[in-house]
Design a protein around this ligand. Structure first.
Ligand SMILES: Cc1cc2nc3c(=O)[nH]c(=O)nc-3n(C[C@H](O)[C@H](O)[C@H](O)COP(=O)(O)OP(=O)(O)OC[C@H]3O[C@@H](n4cnc5c(N)ncnc54)[C@H](O)[C@@H]3O)c2cc1C
Ligand code: SF4
Length: 324
């Protein structure tokens, strides 16, 4: 499998990155951003929607800055996992991503903007040709989705990044920049249901940093993950929870690895303010399981992943109650 050729652009500032993006967009040249390349480059090797131009964020000045309330997009997951300044929940989630080797290149921005995954899609080109493609990489055929058949308008590939749930549980916001300026929004508003569009980024825009609110430092959190091999696999389900000890209504619970977007479940948390006792935790965990509907496109069957939601949620809630 040979990586298809592409032109690599290496801007050194945010302004230059936006200018290169605007220029390529004006010329009608599709491009991708690349950070650590641990997901994009394997996908290119597999000829999964490669582009002729790639803009690297690796040399953008200050993009890897790491502080307690601001995490730059180029911050390596290894640095988050081993940092003494970031919230322990972020460090715990980062330590569970892939393998130690991958975490040395993988970044926070790349993790949040991770391409969605599906076992009909993350395959070699020959394999995909043999099933006559699918909607997400249809090679101009107009092929249908294989998971929700008889339609080629929606992709339900699964978002399997670990960091999003942990950031959402802490109330994070993201800063996006592009040729039209910058904007900021809660992380839960960043993601878009369609597994091809994935998020709200507009052409030329990229995710510059993640911000944490002041109260994040007072929160106690936990992240529990289901995966096939503990050493490096993507989440088949992931639940993060955090609260400000003593205030049951401050609970935030988020999920990942289960649907085409990670989810923040404020409605479920708010409906179970008695979650600090064992029975309340059980009820909340079951309600969460009911609210999440995985489809059949990752390694483990959706029924099993769904049933594990309540197990992971119970563990996370118990951990934060005991620690708080
Ligand atoms: C064997 C293996 C196991 C893995 N296991 C896990 C796992 O357990 N959990 C997990 O979460 N991930 C896992 N991954 C996926 C990946 O390694 C990580 O998610 C990683 O954090 C991606 O970061 P990156 O910097 O390498 O992203 P890249 O590969 O550089 O980019 C990923 C995507 O994000 C886009 N992008 C990157 N940065 C930005 C930005 N700042 N703004 C806008 N778009 C951007 C790129 O265009 C691309 O589409 C695994 C990968 C491999 C190969
Ligand atoms: S969900 Fe459907 S369109 Fe998306 S990658 Fe899977 S088979 Fe393809």
């Amino acid at each position: 499998m040979l990586t298809p050729p592409f032109v690599l652009h290496r801007p050194t500032s945010v302004e230059e990155a936006c200018a290169v993006a605007a220029d390529l967009t004006a010329q009608g040249r599709p491009f991708d951003w690349v950070a650590g390349g641990t997901d994009l480059l394997p996908n290119y090797k597999w000829h999964l929607n490669p582009k002729g131009d790639v803009i690297s964020l690796a040399h953008v000045d200050g993009a890897d800055a790491l502080a307690a309330n601001r995490v730059g997009c180029m911050t390596r997951l290894h640095d988050v996992a081993t940092s003494e300044v970031v919230h322990p929940l972020l460090a715990a989630a980062a330590a569970k991503v892939a393998s130690s080797l991958i975490r040395r290149s993988a970044t926070v921005g790349g993790n949040l903007c991770l391409d969605t995954r599906c076992f009909w899609y993350n395959q070699s080109e020959d394999w995909r040709r043999s099933i006559e493609w699918c909607h997400k990489a249809d090679c101009g055929t107009g092929a249908d989705c294989r998971v929700i058949p008889n339609q080629n308008t929606l992709c339900v590939a699964t978002y399997q990044g670990d960091m999003a749930a942990a950031f959402m549980a802490l109330g994070a916001e993201v800063e996006l920049v592009g040729p039209d300026g910058e904007r900021r929004m809660p992380l839960e508003d960043f993601f878009e249901l369609d597994g091809m569009k994935k998020n709200v980024l507009q052409p030329g825009e990229f995710l510059l940093a993640v911000y944490l609110p002041d109260d994040a430092a007072s929160r106690v959190g936990a992240y529990h993950k289901l995966r096939v091999r503990e050493t490096w696999d993507f989440p088949e389900a992931g639940i993060a929870a955090s609260w400000i000890p003593g205030d049951a209504t401050s609970l935030r619970v988020a999920s990942t690895g289960l649907e085409s977007i990670p989810g923040l479940h404020m409605d479920v948390a708010e409906a179970h303010s008695d979650w600090t006792n064992t029975e309340g935790r059980k009820r909340l965990s079951k309600a969460l399981q009911k609210a999440i509907k995985p489809v059949n496109n990752t390694a483990l069957p959706p029924r099993y992943r769904r049933s594990m939601v309540s197990v992971l949620a119970s563990r996370a809630l118990r951990a934060i109650t005991e620690e708080g």
